[in-house]
Design a protein around this ligand. Structure first.
Ligand SMILES: NC(=O)c1ccc[n+]([C@@H]2O[C@H](COP(=O)([O-])OP(=O)(O)OC[C@H]3O[C@@H](n4cnc5c(N)ncnc54)[C@H](OP(=O)(O)O)[C@@H]3O)[C@@H](O)[C@H]2O)c1
Ligand SMILES: [Zn+2]
Ligand SMILES: [Zn+2]
Length: 359
């Protein structure tokens, strides 16, 4: 029916449902996007479980959104109707807090957060702030561009802002462990892109956390070396290669992150992008003796996203995706949470139905 669109909302913690809503008009400084694709990121769990600070329900999750602009709010001059654009997690800064005034807008204290403070992309329509959208180049399909807007952006920014030099040893943790035997499963959305970026940025690239059967996949993604955490001591293996200048942790287990500090070269950095529920335990000695550091980094801005997609086109980097229709968002989300996604679930109009629904 004209004027109505479908969305998938979290209506109580842990529960998603398909609803129909009136198509809204964009307000001043906003655009209305007809959504073509939306990736399912592990961070969506913070919306679905209701734990994201300040979240109120119902809320439509989704922050890897690609679509075409179909309406412009008052005062929007930079964008045109019909243009293909994307939205990531940070959907707009407030421009007035101290980090914003210092130009550090990704760390805005009152940001518009897609799928958290405003409805996101598990929908046919989304309202976005014009200052928070990125242009999507023609070389990328909507479904393959979507995961680049959070999983891609987060790993691309973390690596390019780490002060590394070409040839440095860089390890990416979180592309799957031995929990899933037999077939390649559960390789993370962030991890499988992080390996590609690390390789294409010119680093000696190590993939951490593999079962043997995943080694070929990690090598196909660009890893020079794979470390199977079940078969060998990761820190010792990295030290045999003189230690990593940086380790990018994209997994969801804090317990596995702390010991990685011992695998860093002197003055190396453990860069945390995965957000585990459990604590990261640290031993002070490798931090002190060798001046090693650990820090976190939060996704990126709209213009960083334009850099991410441009670099991906330039270096032929693509996410590996499974497309699913919007109506099956709950199953696709459960699939991702169970580590069954290969390797990013993307909601699209013409997605194939999930053959084995996750619940
Ligand atoms: N910093 C940021 O701005 C930012 C942005 C986006 C996402 N994130 C966070 O990054 C993390 C990954 O997101 P994603 O979308 O890539 O998730 P995902 O596709 O579900 O992948 C999860 C990853 O965690 C690994 N993992 C799970 N349990 C593990 C364990 N016990 N030990 C080691 N690794 C384990 C998985 O490996 P297996 O194959 O072994 O299961 C997989 O590689 C999430 O915590 C998410 O919230 C952060
Ligand atoms: Zn995300
Ligand atoms: Zn701000």
């Amino acid at each position: 029916m004209k004027g109505i669109y479908k969305a998938v909302e979290v209506y109580e913690p842990g529960r998603l449902r398909v609803v129909e809503r009136q198509v809204p008009e964009p307000g001043a400084g906003q655009v209305r996007i007809r959504v073509k694709a939306c990736g399912i990121c592990h961070t969506d769990a913070a919306t679905v479980t209701g734990i994201y600070p300040g979240l109120t329900l119902p809320r439509v999750p989704g922050h890897e959104v690609v679509g075409r602009i179909e309406a412009l709010g008052a005062g929007v001059s930079r964008w045109k109707i019909g243009q293909r654009v994307g939205v990531g997690l940070i959907g707009g800064e407030d421009e007035v807090c101290e980090p914003c005034r210092r130009g550090d807008i990704v760390n805005c204290q009152n940001p518009v957060v897609s799928g958290v403070t405003v409805d996101g992309g598990y929908a046919e329509v989304m309202i976005a702030e014009a200052r928070g959208i990125a242009s999507i180049p023609d070389e990328l399909s909507s479904a393959e561009a979507a995961p680049l807007l959070c999983a891609g952006l987060t790993t691309y920014n973390a690596l390019r802002n780490a002060g590394l030099r070409g040839g440095d040893l860089v390890a990416v943790q979180g592309i799957g462990g031995l929990g899933h035997l037999g077939i390649v499963q559960g390789i993370g959305g962030l991890g499988h892109l992080g390996i590609q970026f690390a390789r294409r940025m010119g680093f000696r690239t190590v993939a951490i956390g593999l079962g043997r059967q995943k080694e070929k996949l990690a090598k196909d993604l660009g890893a020079h070396v794979c470390i199977d955490t079940a078969a060998e001591d990761t820190a010792a293996a990295l030290q045999r290669m003189s230690g990593a200048r940086a380790i990018l942790t994209t997994g969801t287990s804090g317990a596995t992150m702390g010991p990685l500090v011992s695998g860093l070269a002197t003055r190396g950095n453990l860069i945390v992008v995965g957000e585990p529920q459990d604590q990261i335990q640290l031993n002070a000695f490798p931090l002190i003796f060798g001046g090693r550091s650990i820090y976190g980094t939060l996704t990126g801005t709209a213009i960083d996203n334009e850099d991410t997609v441009a670099f991906s086109v330039q270096e032929n980097i693509r996410p590996m995706i499974e497309t699913v229709p919007l109506e099956q968002a709950a199953d696709a989300y459960a699939h991702m949470m169970q580590g069954k996604a290969r390797f990013r679930m993307v909601l699209t109009k013409d997605g194939a139905a999930l053959s084995a629904p996750a619940h």
